[in-house]
Design a protein around this ligand. Structure first.
Ligand SMILES: [Zn+2]
Ligand SMILES: [Zn+2]
Ligand SMILES: [Zn+2]
Ligand SMILES: [Zn+2]
Length: 329
């Protein structure tokens, strides 16, 4: 008998309409006893052997769990019997109505007299332990996953930095090669042009010679001499024109040369905004967590060796292989 505040009231006193708090609990009588009543209880012949428990300890027990089987809700009678065939507790009326043909009906108190040390109690404890263990493994596993992601993130950054350095080296090498190419083109071209300028100078001097020769003949020569010089110069001019024509046709140094940087498409696209050099790929895999509980827990026979129920909380983590690959051009 309890109050709303979970205080235990003395049963016998309550019966006499006296409100008194219990100091002990008699599990046999299923009621609390005050100081005075517990004294009577110990002394009376019928209740002399009853073992009390401290009322404080009784209060600690989960009331909802332990009170449910006090009475049969259907017949308002105490559960006193046990049917081994149905492996269930029953009141006298239950037996009459539902277990009339069942054999081996026995006293519930007999069946459960060793329940505290029974396999069933141990098994149930183990089952709860296994589940708790499983759940704590699960928590550990989740924490490990976060730690792994942490490690993978720094590995990923290191990997990228390493690749970046490699790319840098490749680019350095390429730049060196490129400038060597430019110098070589420039050098080749300037030696060609030098040669061309020399050719032009040769032709120039031929014209200069003709010009000053004709000037001199015009100043001091006779008409005949001028005529003769003009004829010679005409002939020379024709030859010279042919040579000049050939020179214009064939000389490499007369080409207009421009040089420009032509990048490969990959390198150009690298510099566009929407080009992605690398991405971080997240891959998921299912955590396999089987909570297997045999469903015939209630069918256990309390009086004989209980079938051991097995609960398994298997956690298999498909360990992800590191998949954060980085692709680059
Ligand atoms: Zn009392
Ligand atoms: Zn008692
Ligand atoms: Zn009943
Ligand atoms: Zn039965």
């Amino acid at each position: 008998m309890t109050t709303e505040t979970q205080e235990i009231i003395c049963g016998p006193c309550d019966f006499r309409e006296i409100a008194k708090l219990a100091v002990v609990w008699c599990p046999t009588c299923d009621e609390g006893l005050c100081d005075e009543c517990s004294g009577h209880h110990r002394a009376a012949k019928a209740t002399r052997g009853h073992q009390f428990i401290d009322s404080d300890h009784y209060k600690e027990m989960p009331r909802k769990m332990i009170e449910e089987f006090n009475k049969c809700p259907e017949h308002d009678e105490k559960y006193e019997l046990f049917c081994p065939k149905h492996a269930t507790h029953c009141c006298v009326q239950c037996v009459k109505e539902k277990h009339a043909k069942c054999t081996g009906i026995t006293l519930l108190k007999k069946v459960i007299e060793n329940i505290k040390s029974s396999v069933t109690a141990t098994t149930i404890m183990q089952q709860i332990e296994k589940r708790m263990e499983g759940l704590s493994k699960l928590t550990k596993n989740r924490v490990e996953n976060i730690n792994r992601i942490d490690k993978q993130s720094s590995e990923l950054c290191t990997d990228f930095r390493r690749m970046r350095k490699e790319i840098d080296l490749v680019l350095d090498e390429f730049e060196k090669e490129l400038s060597e190419q430019v110098i070589s083109v420039k050098n080749t071209q300037s030696s060609i042009v030098d040669n061309t300028i020399a050719q032009i100078a040769t032709h120039e001097s031929v014209y200069k010679e003709m010009y000053s020769a004709l000037l001199k003949v015009l100043a001091y020569g006779s008409n005949f001499q001028v005529y003769s010089a003009i004829k010679k110069i005409e002939e020379k001019l024709m030859n010279e024109d042919k040579e000049i024509e050939l020179f214009f046709k064939n000389d490499n140094g007369l080409q207009e040369i421009n040089i420009a940087l032509e990048c490969s498409q990959q390198l150009s696209s690298l510099l566009t905004e929407d080009f992605s050099l690398a991405t971080v790929r997240t891959s998921n895999s299912t955590l396999e967590c089987d909570l297997k509980i045999l469903d015939n827990l209630e069918a256990q026979n309390l009086s004989t060796t209980a079938r051991t129920t097995v609960s398994e909380l298997n956690i298999k983590q498909y360990v992800q292989t590191r998949r954060s690959t980085i692709s680059y051009i």
